[in-house]
Design a protein. Structure first.
Length: 563
């Protein structure tokens, strides 16, 4: 095969100009990235243009790895190190040939290394970069876990000690073939969770096996099962990593692990719970990605973004509440507010359980109820620390709520969360835990309610004609000609039609009429005041997301219900 440089090829077929190529090459020297990546990041070309050019000029075949399941035996043909180094994945093999999917089929170094390692003629195939990376991770993660399980069972059958110690490495080493099988198995489970962007790993002892599930986009998915006889080794390994007592099996324990996986810093919060068949472990993955705690990152757009900014910019005292059920993204929204308001001129103190992100210019306090450092007690202490803004991770009781309200009445801005279904029910919740109406009306400045909705998978997104009932449920007019979308299901989304999540919001800013209605304990007056305010129910935001093709009516009804 004659190797042609990508830049020359794109200039030759008129996709880019010589000037654009020189610009991209100059940027490439600065950041060291692949030329194709530089061209795409600077919006000079799209990935589809690169693929089309390569297919036309080189006569190569495109393979959609999102719709193709790579046989597991392919992991035995091409070494993992080469696949991960060059982001290539073997998809089909004969005795003399190997079909290699790659986003850059002009990478002759990858082709030569694959040829030397497999002693086969390499036939390049074009695939998107995202799909290639995902296929590599899935292929070798599964293969690594299966091989580790086989090695662990062999060690048990020969009465060898199954090692659970770290052999001096706590970081996730991609070249860990020489590590003990248990270490490799646990590492592969964590690496798979990162690949799937899972929020939690569930390790569950069953009658005959150890089940591994992961919460992906809010839903639990079965990933792999481990034989029952290996259960103790896996659980003990995780407890050692999180510095828990492996001898104590009859009480719940909590620990944490700090890891760097594929260059991404992670905090893993580990919780154990004794069950009938042994200890269940749940691992929460906390990513330190700054993009996740930004206005765009949490999904604030258009009118809601404007309401949000008005709320936090125009109030220097009072209480701002973020509400929603468990798992609705309240913590991310809280961190976004903190990140937006922090500065060198402000004393911002946060009380958290746990501290999920370490932030500059913020004094973060870890709640510890074992030492009686509760939210209420910590809040009392913080008031003597000359605070400007206080962020209380969660209002769990009337004592904490009352201190927060009175703190706001004395000139502090208090940010907090509370578990309720919507903005209006938050007022009832505060009344139920004993807060006087005059405190609520005098202290609260606004309530942000939110839910997380799964997004339509971009890989299998297709238009469809909605029924009349669906149109009416979203409050759209009968003559709506808008195109609706849904996912058909593909390997990239576990055949669900959804991949990733976004938030839907309703933001209630208190005005004089709303405060007066709360103070008077008048429900009818409150409803009238809200109706005449600049308040949009969360269902309206959901309808906008459906119209924009971001989520589906079914997903809205699953989370919100009918209006």
């Amino acid at each position: 095969m004659k190797y042609t440089r990508l830049g020359d090829l794109l200039v030759g077929n008129g996709t880019i100009t010589q000037e654009q190529l020189q610009q991209a090459l100059a940027l490439q020297k600065q950041n060291g990235k692949r030329l194709g990546t530089v061209l795409q990041e600077n919006n000079i070309i799209t990935e589809s243009q690169v693929i089309e050019a390569l297919m036309t000029q080189l006569g190569l075949e495109f393979i959609d790895l999102n719709a193709y399941t790579v046989p597991s035996e392919m992991a035995q043909i091409l070494p993992k190190g080469i696949a991960k180094k060059h982001k290539v994945v073997p998809v089909k093999a004969t005795r003399t040939e190997l079909y290699l999917a790659m986003s850059d089929p002009l990478n002759f170094m990858a082709i030569e290394e694959a040829r030397a390692a497999t002693r086969r003629h390499i036939i390049p195939m074009i695939a998107t970069e995202h799909a290639t990376e995902r296929a590599v991770q899935n292929l070798y993660s599964n293969q690594g876990a299966i091989k580790a399980i086989e090695d662990m069972r062999r060690d048990l059958s020969t009465n060898q000690t199954v090692s659970i110690l770290d052999n001096s490495q706590m970081a996730m080493d991609e070249n860990d073939e020489d590590a003990a099988p248990t270490i490799r198995l646990v590492n592969s489970i964590i690496e798979r969770a990162c690949t799937e962007n899972a929020s939690d790993i569930h390790i569950e002892p069953m009658d005959n096996e150890l089940r591994i599930r992961m919460r992906i986009d809010g839903m639990l998915r079965n990933i792999i099962t481990v034989p029952r006889e290996l259960q103790m080794s896996v659980i003990s390994r995780i407890k050692i990593m999180s510095q828990l007592d492996i001898a104590q099996k009859n009480i719940p324990q909590d620990g944490k692990i700090n890891l760097i996986v594929r260059g991404e810093a992670l905090d893993l919060r580990v919780s154990t719970l004794p069950t009938t068949f042994g200890e269940k472990i749940v691992i929460r993955l906390l990513r330190k990605d700054k993009n996740m705690i930004s206005l765009d990152g949490i999904g604030l757009k258009d009118k809601n973004k404007e309401r949000f900014l008005n709320l936090i910019q125009n109030n220097k005292e009072g209480v701002i509440l973020v509400v929603g059920p468990t798992g609705s993204g309240k913590t991310s929204t809280m961190y976004t507010m903190i990140d937006y308001m922090k500065s060198d001129e402000i004393n911002l103190i946060s009380l958290e359980d746990p501290v999920e992100y370490n932030m500059e210019n913020v004094c973060q306090v870890q709640i510890n109820e074992k030492t009686d450092l509760t939210f209420a007690n910590a809040l009392r202490a913080v008031l003597r620390q000359d605070p400007d803004i206080i962020a209380v991770g969660e209002i769990r009781d009337g004592d904490t709520a009352e201190i927060a309200m009175r703190s706001a009445m004395t000139g502090h801005l208090v940010l907090s969360t509370i578990h309720t279904n919507d903005a209006i029910s938050s007022i009832d919740r505060l009344l139920d835990i004993g807060i006087e109406p005059y405190l609520i009306s005098g202290a609260v400045r606004g309530i942000i309610s939110q839910r997380l909705l799964r997004c339509i998978c971009p890989r299998c997104k297709k238009p469809y004609k909605p029924s009349q009932e669906e149109v009416e449920l979203m409050g759209l007019s009968n003559d709506t000609e808008h195109t609706f979308y849904r996912g058909e299901g593909c390997p990239d989304c576990f055949q669900t039609g959804y991949r990733g999540r976004t938030a839907a919001f309703e933001i209630l800013a208190f005005n004089k009429a709303i405060r007066r209605a709360i103070h008077n304990k008048s429900l009818s007056e409150l409803e009238k005041a809200i109706d005449t305010s600049d308040f949009s129910p969360i269902l309206e935001n959901c309808a906008e997301l459906v119209e924009q093709g971001i989520t589906t009516i079914d997903e809205v009804l699953r989370n919100i219900g009918k209006s």
